[in-house]
Design a protein around this ligand. Sequence first.
Ligand code: SF4
Ligand code: SF4
Length: 86
Amino acid sequence: MRLDLGAIAKAGTSKANQTGGWRNFKPIFHQKKCNSCDLCRIYCPEGCVTMIEKKKYTVDYAYCKGCGICAEECSSSDIEMVVEEK
Ligand code: SF4
Ligand code: SF4
């Protein structure tokens, strides 16, 4: 099979690649000061932040790579990055 540079060989491969294994730090969503600004969900590069209900967000740790962008962008400092226990 011939592939051009930047081509994706098969659709859906990002689902198979569980980036949670890369994590050295883990985001903890305290759900105490959350104002539902949605920035954590919008900025997460893995798309693994979900709103459960207003002011309550959760992370799919199978895909969270621990980059810390959600904590950096959180408008109410309600997300804490902690060292991942392995
Ligand atoms: S640490 Fe990075 S990958 Fe994990 S939820 Fe936050 S933004 Fe997403
Ligand atoms: S960025 Fe912070 S305040 Fe905004 S929705 Fe996420 S947890 Fe809540």
